[in-house]
Design a protein around this ligand. Structure first.
Ligand code: NDP
Length: 448
């Protein structure tokens, strides 16, 4: 049996109840076969893959807080510190009822390679809780965030582990968590990224993941003789990543005709109105029905009632920006039948393995999230640099660094794919490019 198969079998046995983690490990290890087979004996002796698939540390803790009725609520908090070979752990905090250890491990595992790909010195980690900020008052969210940080602050720090936002964790939650960290630890340091501008945040961090996704997509298209200008795009999601992906795609001349949230989706042939979307989702924290009510050209579709989603619309490019496994094989078949020629992931693992394979077999340019959505963490690392220097760079400075990083990520993934004979397979290319640097550092640091 090959070393990859041995490790896949072992990891499946050890983590049988964590399907998302196993999906991520399968995708990564399978695409690394050419590199691993070239070094099989050395890697096996060093148990390199077993070490890479086992988090350095995982922390699970109780998060008690009091709701507005005086009732005590209890959530579970997690932080998985997956790999620190190339720098302090770095990765977001997800607040969503679906969070469990398997979800956090899949995200932390992906983060190792993504962070390495950015070329910046950051290791991989991820955290979160099954707390749902939706429908909670500001006071309840603050109570939760303070309790969460009261425990988490023992394990993080500007040079050890630097969390950031993710689903359900935006500027408000980061603010409450930062305040509590500072109060308990007595340290004013860059322990979290995605902070507000008045207390150490970086300009362009809010926009970074969405903008970066579009910079990456644009470069991928250019290198394949195409461009974003004049194209029709379907986006899923209506949160941070989706909003700024829509904005940048429009700036580059595309027409973005869809967005979605967990209950429904919008078709707006005149193009999504980003300011209205922000007003509905960021300010009012309301449903997309309110977007349709305020915009005559938009039609709202209820996902459950109609059994449809935004992938049924005829588009040239699809940008899934909501959550994992939101684009399946049936969706991929519909998109391909409708003539889609590029898919770039804004979310983490939004495309199932079968759908990814289908796109690649049908000649669709496919950008994996760990490359195409790395702009968020890259700009977080730029925020860390500014915090260390006690300086703030201009929006243009950060945005131009972000653009260069995204272009470099594309070319690194492209070059790695070519080097190992899988030209145009950016999934393999991104995994290989991210893996090589981490492996080099792990080998140099001995058995730790
Ligand atoms: P937000 O919380 O801002 O937005 C998430 C969006 O996805 C919302 O529209 C939400 O709908 C929808 N959504 C969430 N869960 C589900 C679900 N189970 N089914 C359907 N829709 C869902 O999160 P972000 O925009 O920050 O993150 C989106 C994705 O991008 C995630 O996969 C995240 O890991 C990834 N990512 C984020 C980065 C960042 O910098 N923020 C960096 C890199 C990756 P609703 O409003 O109804 O909740």
């Amino acid at each position: 049996m090959s070393y990859v198969d041995e490790v896949l079998e072992l990891v499946s046995k050890k983590n049988a109840s964590e399907p998302e983690f196993l999906q991520a490990v399968n995708e990564v290890l399978n695409s690394l076969r050419p590199v691993i087979e070239a070094n099989e004996e050395k890697f096996r002796k060093e148990a390199l893959l077993e070490r890479i698939c086992e988090p350095e540390r995982q922390i699970k803790f109780r998060v008690p807080w009091v709701d507005d009725k005086g009732q005590v609520q209890v959530n579970t908090g997690y932080r998985v510190q997956f790999n620190s070979a190339i720098g302090p752990y770095k990765g977001g905090i997800r607040l969503h009822p679906s969070v469990n250890i398997g979800i956090i491990k899949f995200l932390g595992f992906e983060q190792i390679f993504k962070n390495s790909l950015t070329g910046l010195p950051i290791g991989g980690g991820k955290g979160g809780s099954d707390f749902d900020p939706k429908g909670k008052s500001d006071r309840e969210v603050m109570a939760f965030c303070q309790s969460f940080m009261t425990e988490l602050c023992k394990y993080i720090g500007a040079d050890t582990d630097v969390p950031a936002g993710d689903i359900g964790t935006g500027a408000r939650e980061i603010g409450y968590m930062f305040g509590q960290y500072k109060r308990i630890r007595g340290l004013y340091e860059g322990v979290l990224t995605g902070k507000g501008l008045s207390y150490g945040g970086s300009l362009a961090r809010t926009e970074a993941t969405g903008f970066g996704l579009v910079y990456f997509t644009d470069e991928m298209l250019k290198c394949n003789g195409k461009s974003i200008a004049g194209k029709t795009i379907a986006v899923s999601g209506a949160g941070n990543v989706a909003t700024y992906a829509i904005k940048k795609a429009q700036e580059l001349g595309a027409n973005v005709v869809t967005c979605s949230d967990s209950t429904g989706w919008i078709y707006d042939p005149e193009g999504i109105d980003v300011e209205l979307l922000k007003e509905v989702k960021e300010v009012k924290r309301a449903r997309l029905t309110e977007y349709a009510a305020a915009r005559p050209s938009a039609v709202y579709h209820d996902k459950k009632a109609e059994g449809t989603n935004q992938w049924s619309v005829k588009v040239d490019i699809a940008l899934p920006c909501a959550t994992q496994n939101e684009l399946n094989l049936d969706d991929a078949k519909t998109l391909v039948a409708n003539g889609v020629f590029a898919v770039a992931e804004g979310a983490n693992m939004p495309t199932t393995l079968e759908a990814t394979k289908y796109f690649q077999e049908n000649g669709v340019l496919f950008a994996p999230g760990k490359a195409s959505n790395a702009g968020g963490v890259a700009t977080s690392a730029l925020e860390m640099s500014q915090n260390s220097e006690r300086l703030s760079w201009t929006f243009e400075e950060v945005d131009s660094k972000l653009k260069n990083i995204m272009i470099n990520i594309f070319h690194n993934a492209d070059a790695a794919a070519k080097k190992y004979g899988v030209e145009g397979d950016y999934v393999a290319g991104a995994n290989i490019a991210g893996f090589e640097k981490v492996v080099d550092a792990m080998m140099a640091q001995g058995i730790v």
